[in-house]
Design a protein around this ligand. Structure first.
Ligand SMILES: NC(=O)c1ccc[n+]([C@@H]2O[C@H](COP(=O)([O-])OP(=O)(O)OC[C@H]3O[C@@H](n4cnc5c(N)ncnc54)[C@H](O)[C@@H]3O)[C@@H](O)[C@H]2O)c1
Length: 370
């Protein structure tokens, strides 16, 4: 098969690597000449790192590099069976890319968007063949992260979905289908991990002790360590975008502490200092179990709200959060571990104590009502 990639930034190049490693011919382009010119060398660097670790032979690296062809013009992607766009996150730009593409490709080719926050249906609107378009949401770094969210919109053709799924599974990914809703599964269900930690911070707990509690509970990185890794600015943008898409419901409250962190310029690893980076974590506080229960109860509730909206399963949500965020267990496994009573009681106590601006934040999803 021939895979087309549009946009050779961090995501596009990583996605190109995924399919080239699976033995496909990859035709890739970018509007920016510098991005096109540097793509092969950037891919070589990424593969060299695998060779150095003993995860890939030099012969395989050369074969993978041989599978990438960088094209100057979008027209050169005409032979592609599946084209994935990873251009800038703007609806008008993505719509223009697909409008230019659809006339070039064979009628059974599949169009995929790697959007994180736009509606897949909105991107397809205006195409003459919207049924060929779907979402294939990779995580960063694409070659290393096993999860890919597969997102149909209401008129996506079943054969297009099946083709995108089988090509991506054959490239070694775990593909989880989700509904075309804001944040899909992972970016939405992850919100409470940060949000509830920020709520605790605004109540006077320290970021370091909250992180220490979550690490003691088996999470590889605490909420603030994760914000530091992602960048507080990127995390704020994702939080604000989801809050807007969800009508500013208090479950998606944008905590002032996150805005203040961005304003301070201490964005995390990329600036050398964040909420907790680069300091070592202290020992877990004596009430670590209560901190974990609180954050996990809110994670469970968000997942239960998403489940109630339809289009996914508890198992899919659990798998998505384990693979997309490296959580040690998904929200429904957390529910089983704590028990419904503990989760319900925790949510009820939080709702009672919620300050006026957060009233409604902790109301339980239908399946969690007493
Ligand atoms: N970075 C992440 O963690 C991440 C994760 C999942 C999804 N995404 C999504 O992937 C997409 C790309 O993100 P990124 O981080 O790789 O961005 P990036 O800025 O690193 O790369 C975007 C590339 O697209 C090119 N481009 C812009 N407009 C174009 C056009 N009209 N035609 C061709 N090329 C064009 C740019 O020159 C740039 O090289 C976005 O939709 C983003 O939301 C990003």
């Amino acid at each position: 098969m021939t895979i087309g990639i549009i946009g050779l930034g961090a995501m596009g190049l990583g996605i190109a690597q995924v399919y080239a490693q699976a033995g496909h011919e990859v035709l890739a382009t970018d509007a920016n000449a510098e991005a096109r010119g540097s793509a092969a060398a950037r891919l070589a660097r990424s593969l060299d790192a695998r060779v150095a670790k003993g995860a890939m032979t030099a012969e395989t690296r050369d074969a993978v590099l041989g599978h990438l062809r960088v094209a100057d013009r979008i027209e050169d992607l005409a032979p592609a069976d599946l084209v994935i766009e990873a251009v800038v996150e703007r609806l008008d730009v993505k719509q223009a890319v697909f409008a230019a593409l659809e006339g070039l490709l064979s009628p059974d080719a599949v169009l995929a968007t790697n959007t994180s926050s736009l509606s897949v249906g909105a991107i397809a609107a205006g195409l003459s063949r919207p049924d060929r378009l779907l979402g294939l949401h990779f995580f960063n770094p694409a070659p290393a992260m096993r999860l890919v969210e597969l997102i149909p919109h209401p008129t996506t053709a079943p054969d297009a979905l099946a083709k995108a799924r089988s090509l991506t599974e054959a490239a070694g990914k775990t593909v989880i289908q989700c509904a075309d809703r804001p944040g899909f599964i992972v970016n939405r269900c992850a919100r409470p991990y940060y949000g509830e930690a920020l709520a605790l911070l605004s109540e006077g707990r320290s970021a370091a002790e909250i992180d220490a509690a979550m690490v003691a509970a088996g999470f590889p990185v605490g909420p603030f360590g994760l914000i530091d890794l992602i960048g507080a600015d990127i995390n704020l943008a994702a939080t604000e975008s989801l809050a807007a898409a969800m009508g500013d419901h208090p479950r998606y409250h944008v905590f002032p502490a996150l805005k203040a962190q961005v304003a301070s310029g201490n964005l995390g690893r990329k600036t050398g200092r964040g909420f907790v980076f680069p300091d070592p974590l202290p020992p877990a506080p004596s009430d670590a179990a209560a901190i974990t229960l609180r954050i996990e109860a809110v994670l469970v509730n968000e997942a239960a709200w998403l489940l109630a909206e339809g289009g996914t399963t508890a198992e899919a949500i659990d798998t998505a959060l384990r693979l997309g965020l490296n959580f040690p267990r998904g929200p429904f496994a957390m529910l089983a571990q704590h028990g419904r009573d503990a989760v319900q009681t925790t949510l009820a106590a939080l709702e009672t104590a919620a300050p006026p601006g957060l009233k409604g934040r902790y109301l339980p999803a239908p399946d969690l009502r007493p």
